[in-house]
Design a protein around this ligand. Sequence first.
Ligand code: MET
Ligand SMILES: [Zn+2]
Length: 778
Amino acid sequence: MPISRSLPAATILGYPRIGRRRELKRAVEAYWKGDVDAAELRRVASELRAGTRARLVELGLPAAGGAVPESFSFYDQVLDATLALSAVPGRFADVDGSGDDGDLARYFALARGDRDHQPLEMTKWFDTNYHYSVPEIDERTPFAANPAWLVGQVSEAREQGVESRPVIVGPVTYLLLAKASDEAGEGFRPIDRLDDVVAVYAEILRALAEAGATWVQLDEPALVSDSLAVPRSEVLALVERAYAVLGGAEERPSILLAAPYGDSAEALVRLGSLPVEAVQADLVRGALPQAALESGELARAFAGTQLVAGVVDGRNIWRTDLRAAFDRLGALQAAGIEVVVGTSNNLQHVPHDVGDESKLDARLKSWLAFADQKVAQVAVLARGLVEGAEAIEAELAETDRVLADRAAAPGVRVDAVRARAEAAGDDDRRRADEQTRRDAQRALGIPRFATTTIGSFPQTGEIRRARAAFTRGELTQEEYHEFLRAEIERVIRLQEEIGLDVLVHGEAERNDMVQYFAENLDGFAVTENGWVQSYGTRATRPSILWGDVSRPAPITVEWSSFAQSLTERPVKGMLTGPVTILAWSFVRDDQPLGDTAAQVALALRDEIDDLVSAGIRIVQVDEPALRELLPLDAGRQADYLEWSVGSFRLATSGAEPEVQIHTHLCYSEFGEIIDAIDGLAADVTSIEAARSRMDVVEPLGEHGYSRGIGPGVYDIHSPRVPSVEEQTELIRIAAERIPGEQLWVNPDCGLKTRGYEETVASLTNLVRAAQAVRAAAV
Ligand code: MET
Ligand SMILES: [Zn+2]
């Protein structure tokens, strides 16, 4: 057992690690290119870690006592755990991990693959837009403790005078996020290896204790999810089994068991009874078990255990209502629970610092809190807990003032926008019946196994340079638009040559499929440095949705109608759907998400109307994030599906029957949202399917899906060119379950990250594959 110690009153679960100017991205990518060596990469990483620790202490986390989390990662925290467990999948056995820099080389080989190895699959981390590298486990995966990196960071911190707290994904969550490797036997589940893995975690903890770590944080967000392979009650039982062992370990640091990203209320009494020293609960998404709090049961469970109350939201960028948060902390304290102030989750999902924004409106800025401001808020609340409310009354009053200012500011509530959204009823969310639409759309002359793409064509260096030059004022708007028209013309001619049936304009004018709309809608603001890691070295800059949303002017009409004017074939108008716009922005926290979605939907509805008036006959409304926003908590899913599907329908139902509405989703697990896909009622839906070899067609076939469907036959995540035979085979697999009249032939997703050479080759093969299947089917 550890020497009994307490966490100080303030902590956070983790801090952004990419660097405030994306220094890590630059260093890692330079290392990949061979421009810098491993030593230089390690030096940059170490400097970033030192900077983070110093900053956290400066912002008010105590340097002593384990308050400062050690949450750095070169690429991904789940991949870090894979390496810490030495759980390298058998298919990477030939990658040399020895030598001075072998560890880094092997790490990145797993992350990105190489000539001979497909990388680990990537998928979304809980309900966030962060992607982790999926572990591959089977009966023979050899587990062995490899704590070198973790230990190194502890020593590094100590030399800096900081007693930091290493952060590791916990064993239960790790295995529940893993998939069975291709070598695994029938029916094998990674979680079957729990005991083996826990034994290795115990060794890692011992190594950390020997290195002088006083605390370790184990993240177990599996505790809050109903979207995993095992039911939540079983997750809790597994956690109890694992932590009974870890807690009982001879030599270990004190353990903080964290349950971020959702509601752990039902589990909290049992978590408090585990042999760990602290438990974190997300009190933003989740609640406290009220009855157990009042009866004293919670306090009894937490006797001798600290409760890290995650009252500061780590998922959004708004200033916390400090007074409300302080009241909740006070209630816990009054119940006799030893409280530590914390964040709801790792701050990796928010940008570094509002102070880095020079162009944001000052008033808007005063309402915001990025990671640094959140840490400061945690510190203020902690001071209040220790010294009493009076000690922080000035900060509480200041927050009250700012929140009142935000509520009353112009643009936050726009009566006309609200009235319109409220007036929208069921009739505005319903199109003509399916048969009527099918008949009306025959005029489009679309063949069986129609070929199309998802929207974007390669974003070449030339396009990016032109956009940057325009932003800097070096190109006039006229010159820039001339450039874009030439680009569109090129893309249209190319598609005609390749022989695609339904064309796109290529989206060259868009920096990003959400930000582009955010920049053109009222109610949004965009940041300069608000980067958030999406995976590995990739980061996005989510827009801030702060006010009521409306469309001051048409957005895409100029480009789509220009493209259509160049060709006889139908060109798809291309919009991003309301759910995705919300999912990939920071949304307001002062009204239900569904209300915000309806406002965005109405703006898109007007856009569709204008597109159709300008001669566009097919409009695609992308909703790749539909699955991502699905709440982890099963009890909240029905409400979500209702408003999300409803907003898509509100956006698209103004279209007359002869207008063909497409949508696009890109995830491989569709099983749980097939009803939602059906509910969208799009005439055609394209979905990612190539990598899973058409897994999605089976549930769709069983569901009796009656509209158009385009399961992707070209995996756009890799530069590999799929052959005609390969794509033909995938179409055939789909055709076994879904009638040819309903099938579309398309890539998995947009082509913006691909190069032209591979794109042309792949699409040429795609068209040939469709022709082959058509010929065989007559
Ligand atoms: C992530 S989904 C992307 C859809 C978009 N229309 C594109 O082709 O890039
Ligand atoms: Zn996509």
